[in-house]
Design a protein around this ligand. Structure first.
Ligand SMILES: [Zn+2]
Length: 92
């Protein structure tokens, strides 16, 4: 019984560490630094923007997330903004 508990703990620990390592360069950047990324989004919406979009100016710094590109944002389940059309020049 205890042996299974130990194995379960080890497996969950390995998953957490694995996700932490794998997530390093793929997680969006949070906060004001996000504005330096090619693509930005708000945590409160599923739309991503170019940093210069007028909607981005309304997003509070603590709600900002920065992505490395349109494809990166889309992997996180986001869709392009219809105003600034950030998907137009997405890397393919
Ligand atoms: Zn936009």
């Amino acid at each position: 019984m205890i042996r299974w508990l130990v194995i379960a703990l080890l497996v969950s620990w390995a998953v957490v560490v694995g996700l932490a390592i794998a997530g390093c360069e793929h997680d969006p950047v949070a906060g004001p630094e996000a504005r330096t990324r090619p693509i930005v989004a708000s945590v409160n919406s599923d739309v991503y923007h170019r940093p210069g979009c007028r909607y981005v100016t309304r997003i509070a710094d603590h709600n900002l997330r920065g992505y490395n590109g349109a494809a990166h944002a889309e992997r996180h389940g986001l869709r392009p903004c219809k105003v600034c059309e950030p998907g137009e020049r997405s890397e393919r």
